[in-house]
Design a protein around this ligand. Structure first.
Ligand code: SF4
Ligand code: SF4
Length: 443
């Protein structure tokens, strides 16, 4: 990763690594009680994967340097900041789902961080606790915790789960034997009473974060943090809109990385860096610079792609396609729709937060026809030539929903390909053949 000036980037971007510098990551990981031997095996594969997936791309925007840096030291830079934060009494909350509202955690002076689980490395560890026919994301969650090979899983003082799919619900019971865990009861329908119930759940979450941090969530700090997270969403929205241009200024693979980093970076710094990148991309569009001349525009929908799962994007973008939008939780579901900032009282603000999050269209809801509406709208807005619906193996809800989604897209005349995969590379060649044939069929 010789292209970075680490110290310059760390200075410019304001990372506070405290006592830790790159070379001291080992000490930090040891202090966190990690399994260093096993973690070394994970660290060995990452540079190769970064080189193959990211550095092999041509004409990348210069402002990707920041995200490359965060990725290359993914278990060092941000964890070191969180270690410093905890040393000073701060509390870290680990989250797993796009429905958990970061606003209330930051309002109480805590830090929310995503606990991503996108690597096959963690799956065997999870299979010690879960049936093999469980979604890889859930298995990786448990593997990352119990194998002690992820600093974020070690750092989080409290995990915040949610009752989304059945697999996650049962996995939280197991995780909860090892770490303090609060589960939010997410309604699975979208009636008025469900919106009210989610607001009630957010009140319970506030009680948990207040108790954990010792700080009160007030009208002032909640309003401030609603704005802060809205700024982050607006930056991502700006990035995604730039991809709609005929000249595609950034690859889907790079954008996916940014969406993944969104879950755990400092929100303000992240928004600044995304906006800086967008300035560069706007210039590219004005200059007619495209990274995807002659490529077919693909929208990806389906299950989330947690870091370091770049498999599908890499396959599409090395098979004659360019990903121009993701209708996923590592995509538009994460940032579309702002929290209404007009609330004055605590109750109004909490309801506004609840309304924004209940607007996410996850397959765990019934009915969930609005997701197909979203995919159609986004496919049109991003001028997609085709849609690929990609689901993690054993994810029943998204798998079943694939059929009605395909019907809706067919009725709109939008070409559709449904795929199922896991975190291994066993099916990569077969997927590449299918994706290649789909892209060729797009003409
Ligand atoms: S797909 Fe559903 S359950 Fe999974 S992160 Fe997204 S909203 Fe949460
Ligand atoms: S991908 Fe599906 S099965 Fe896996 S955690 Fe998400 S909703 Fe659950």
């Amino acid at each position: 990763m010789g292209r970075f000036s680490w110290s310059r980037l760390v200075d410019v971007t304001g990372f506070n690594k405290g006592d830790y510098i790159m070379a001291d990551n080992q000490q930090m990981w040891k202090d966190l009680g990690m399994n260093l031997e096993m973690h070394d095996m994970l660290c060995e594969v990452l540079p190769g994967a970064i080189g193959d997936v990211f550095m092999s791309q041509e004409n990348r925007p210069a402002a990707m340097d920041y995200f490359d840096m965060v990725l290359a030291d993914v278990h060092g830079l941000r964890p070191a900041e969180l270690v410093e934060f905890r040393k000073n009494g701060g509390k870290v909350f680990g989250t797993f789902c796009a429905y958990v509202p970061d606003e209330v955690i930051f309002a109480a002076g805590g830090i929310a961080t995503g606990l991503c689980a996108g690597s096959q490395f963690w799956v065997p560890g999870g299979e010690r606790y879960l049936p093999a026919n469980t979604c890889p994301l859930i298995k990786a969650m448990l593997g990352a915790r119990f194998d002690k090979t992820c600093p974020f899983y070690r750092l989080a003082d409290v995990y915040i789960g949610e009752t989304t799919c059945d697999g996650k619900k049962k996995a939280y019971e197991i995780l909860g034997t090892d770490v303090p865990l609060h589960v939010m009861d997410l309604p699975q329908m979208k009636r008025e009473k469900d919106y009210l119930k989610w607001a009630d759940e957010i009140k319970d979450l506030i009680a948990v974060v207040e108790k954990t941090t010792g700080n009160k969530v007030t009208e002032e700090n909640l309003a401030e943090n609603i704005k802060k997270i809205n700024v982050k969403r607006a930056a991502l929205e700006r990035l995604y809109k730039l991809r709609r241009n005929e000249c595609v200024p950034i690859s889907g693979t790079d954008t996916l990385l940014i969406s993944q980093i969104a879950y755990y970076d400092d929100p303000e710094r992240f928004a600044t860096m995304v906006n800086k990148l967008c300035d560069e991309l706007e210039q590219r569009v004005a200059d007619g610079v495209s990274i995807a001349e002659g490529k077919k525009r693909i929208l990806i929908t389906g299950t989330p792609m947690a870091i370091p799962n770049w498999k599908l994007h890499n396959l599409v973008e090395t098979s004659g396609g360019v990903v121009v939008c993701e209708e996923t939780c590592t995509g538009t579901r994460y940032f579309e729709n702002q929290v209404d900032e007009s609330g004055k009282t605590m109750d109004e603000m909490i309801q506004n937060i609840a309304n924004r999050y209940m607007g996410i269209n996850c397959a765990c809801f019934t009915p969930n026809t609005a997701r197909a509406d979203d995919v159609i709208r986004l496919a049109k807005d991003s001028k997609a030539d085709g849609v690929i619906d990609v689901n993690l193996m054993f994810c029943q809800t998204y798998d079943i929903e694939g059929r009605s989604l395909e019907e809706r897209l067919k009725a709109e005349g939008i070409p559709f390909l449904g795929l199922e995969t896991d975190y291994t590379d066993n099916d990569a060649q077969q997927l590449k053949t299918r994706i290649g044939a789909f892209i060729e069929m797009l003409g």
